[in-house]
Design a protein around this ligand. Structure first.
Ligand code: MG
Length: 325
């Protein structure tokens, strides 16, 4: 046990949990993509620099989708070169950490644009359900997988690390609860085509811890290594941290989160969408799990970004810490 300091919980480790968790920060991409306002490019670059300074080492930077689909991220070509140097390891940094800056690529054209700018980590965005594949990609699940296959193959041939997002792993706004075997099938397909890592998304935030455990158990039963799995929870129904803890108990060590809880839920008129990185860091710190993140610097970053967006952060931890003084 360590003595608590103001602004941090007392660290009391819980047996059976990992010693370290890698946070995959999605605020600059998933967060800003789902905010109403469009943030100027230089502010986005500053946001990413501040996230890196707060200790985050995987910061999803932007998306190379067609600007018509996601106007909030239409400046990917301008933004990426502004932050690219963060990806180079700083020999003066005693931690020796390199910051990874993955970007979303929807198709081969997006991949070409990202690689031309020097991206070394890319992500594709698949769906576990037919309804969402149709709504988001205008394809069936299998047609979408076929579209991603050459993207993944070419990215890997260029030495890029590939993450496969899988949406609607627990519930779908049109189909309701999603059967576990259906999710396992698409996970298997994404890994077989060469994805290095998967992010299991609870896109509408309906998962509960038992359901999370059931999916992870089923994936383990298919010999899918837990080291290849990340989790992406939404706090729409207040379950994101409980679900995260369930995932940690099943060996997951990669957790997606969005600084300040940026990005309202696109499928519910709710302020709470993405799990807030600060809420996650608070819990992990309390469990004695190392993240490398400075919670004070991160909270200050989210307060600053909330000022840019003109709305307060929905993160409980940001609110609690920023109302202290
Ligand atoms: Mg999200």
């Amino acid at each position: 046990m360590t003595t608590p300091v103001p602004g941090l919980p007392m660290a009391v480790p819980d047996p059976g949990l990992p010693a370290e968790v890698r946070i995959h920060e999605v605020g600059a991409r998933d967060g800003l993509q789902n905010e109403k306002g469009t943030v100027p490019t230089e502010i986005k670059a500053e946001f990413i620099r501040r996230l890196a300074a707060a200790g985050l080492t995987t910061i999803e930077a932007t998306s190379f989708v067609h600007p018509r689909w996601v106007p909030q991220l239409a400046d990917a070509e301008q933004l990426f070169p502004l932050v690219r140097e963060l990806g180079a390891q700083d020999p003066g940094d005693p931690s020796g950490r390199a910051v990874h800056l993955p970007v979303l690529v929807p198709n081969e054209r997006g991949l070409d644009r990202a690689l031309a700018l020097g991206a070394t980590r890319v992500a594709v965005f698949a769906s576990a359900t037919e309804s969402f594949a149709k709504a988001n990609l205008n394809r069936t699940v299998d047609e979408a997988l076929a579209m991603f296959e050459p993207v993944v193959t070419r990215a890997r041939a260029q030495g890029a690390h590939v993450r496969g997002y899988l949406s609607m792993c627990f519930g779908d706004p049109w189909e309701g609860p999603v059967p576990v075997p259906q999710v396992v099938r698409v996970c298997r397909a994404l890994l077989d085509m060469g994805c290095d890592e998967l992010s299991l998304g609870d896109t509408i935030g309906v998962a509960t811890p038992g359901h999370v455990g059931a999916l992870l158990t089923a994936l383990a039963g298919q010999d899918i290594p837990v080291s290849a799995l990340g989790v992406h929870f939404h706090d729409t129904y207040g379950q994101a941290l409980a679900n995260t803890l369930a995932a940690l108990r099943h060996g997951v060590t990669t957790v997606d989160a969005s600084a300040g809880g940026l990005g309202g839920c696109p499928f519910a008129k709710s302020a709470t969408g993405n799990l807030a990185t600060e809420d996650l860091v608070w819990m992990l710190t309390g469990l004695g799990i190392s993240t490398g993140v400075d919670l004070g610097l991160l909270t200050a970053t989210s307060v600053w970004m909330a000022g840019q967006l003109g709305r307060p952060s929905p993160s409980r931890t940001v609110r609690a810490l920023s109302h202290k003084e």
